[in-house]
Ligand binder design. Structure first.
Ligand code: HEC
Ligand code: HEC
Length: 201
């Protein structure tokens, strides 16, 4: 009897997960509210970054930071503060889980001549310039983990702007190590890193 009970519980759990996923099929209104800016399959479009394959915990944390206006760079103010103003925590979680399951495509839009230097900085940092390796937190292929975002394949202009904006004093989430990390990066390092990352699968 006990076994049957457990089986039924597991089946119920699977069924409820399936219904969440199917409620958020790509053509649902909730998803379209995001993809009309973030592009088909959430692969990114103009200034709106790719969400496909992004870590769900990272997406949820960023939604919260738009909600609380902690993430305060110009495009966040202009586009995202409004886009999440009426979003409940449950909807945010469902959307984050849905976007995380879409296989991400690399933007491939960086300068390929700078990618070798970018990879070197990503893997080893530049100790004499106080530049830490990105690999240590973001993983060997920039795949991210938990609330540390996937960077591999993000668009060149998006990554470049993010790294510049931390240096300019804009914030994303409280307690983020990124302002300190980015403070030591010069324009050449930023271009090299953003170029390299755009090609990473
Ligand atoms: C009007 C256009 C627009 C709409 C609608 C929109 N976004 Fe965005 N979103 C943007 C832009 C532009 C950015 C980049 C902000 C920046 O440059 O820092 C962004 C950034 C984000 C980020 C941060 C990604 C990262 O890698 O840090 C998340 C998460 C996000 N949006 C989720 C959503 C969700 C979920 C929805 C639907 C509820 C949505 N967006 C709707 C334009 C939009
Ligand atoms: C100590 C851990 C740590 C190190 C080292 C680190 N990062 Fe991060 N990074 C994070 C965390 C955590 C976030 C998310 C927090 C936030 O939003 O501010 C993040 C966010 C980012 C983002 C934003 C991605 C997006 O989708 O908007 C970029 C770009 C980035 N890091 C690039 C780098 C680069 C390049 C390096 C190496 C020079 C680096 N990081 C080193 C922890 C780290």
């Amino acid at each position: 009897m006990k076994r049957i009970g457990l089986k039924a519980a597991i089946l119920a759990l699977v069924a409820s997960t399936v219904s969440i996923v199917s409620a958020l099929a790509g053509d649902s209104a909730a998803v379209r509210n995001c993809t009309w800016c973030h592009g088909a399959d959430a692969q990114g479009y103009t200034v709106a970054p790719r969400l496909a394959g992004q870590r769900p915990q990272y997406i949820m944390k960023q939604i919260q930071s738009f909600h609380e206006h902690t993430r305060n760079n110009p495009f966040s103010r202009q586009y995202m503060w409004n886009a999440v103003a009426a979003l409940s925590q449950y909807d945010a979680r469902d959307l984050a889980n849905y976007f995380a399951t879409i296989p991400p495509k690399p933007a491939n839009d960086g300068d390929s001549a700078l990618a070798v230097k970018g990879k070197q900085i990503f893997m080893d940092g530049i100790p004499e310039a106080n530049i830490v390796s990105c690999y240590a937190c973001h993983g060997p292929n920039g795949e991210g983990v938990r609330d540390i975002p996937r960077l591999g394949g993000l668009a060149y202009f998006y990554v470049k702007a993010r790294l510049e904006q931390w240096g300019q004093g804009y914030h994303s989430t409280l307690g983020s190590p990124m302002p300190l990390v980015a403070n030591h990066l010069g324009p050449e390092e930023i271009e090299a890193l953003a170029s390299y990352l755009s090609f990473v699968k």
